[in-house]
Design a protein around this ligand. Sequence first.
Ligand SMILES: [Zn+2]
Ligand SMILES: [Zn+2]
Length: 243
Amino acid sequence: MKLTIIGRWGAYPAANEATSAYLLQKDDFTLLIDVGSGALSSVQNYVDVMDIDAVILSHYHHDHVADIGVLQYAWLVQSILREQDEILPIYGHAEDKEGFSNLTSENTEGIAYDPKETLEVGPFNITFLKTVHPAPCYGMRITDGESSIVYTADTSYQKEWTDFCKDVDLLIADCNFYANQDGASAGHLTSKEVGTIASEANVKELILSHLPHYGDHQQLLKEASEQFHNRIQIAEKGLVWIK
Ligand SMILES: [Zn+2]
Ligand SMILES: [Zn+2]
């Protein structure tokens, strides 16, 4: 499968960039994971918006769903122009009734996932872990039967991450705080915690994402690499991972 980073910022996007959004592709199937601010503009560098087959959301904070409305408009406009009447499925949890109800529009359908069950979307099997965050939020473990990735979404530390991430090929982690900061009270991970999870779970590769707007990201890399000795990268717009 092929993962492309569409947005890597926490809270709000830096100029010409986006907050959380990741494109996961396998064969002809394209899944968009979270649709943060700036995601709709950014994603069009990599895929025609009508070629997105499904969307899945971790939670309903603005930096993960801000562009849902304009994605719906894009599908409305392009459906008329192309005389298509396809419906885009948008998977989200139903613990936030208002957030979930916003997923359904003329050309999109909100579909509630049951976090206790494995969800099949195209070629992907997705399992969930409830994160530790001020709003209900789910991390995802996604496999195509050959390789596997975990996306932590937004979370502070919990020991359950170790089992959930066990032996994955790629971990994309919330790394919103530096090692000496208190990530837990904001519901996010520090670089040191991310490195510890990656190391204890024996993951093959790590990408630090949901990045802070201050400090030097190279320091996040250095702090995580004190715990985890395999390959680590800072998320960059357009970074591609293939396995
Ligand atoms: Zn966030
Ligand atoms: Zn959040």
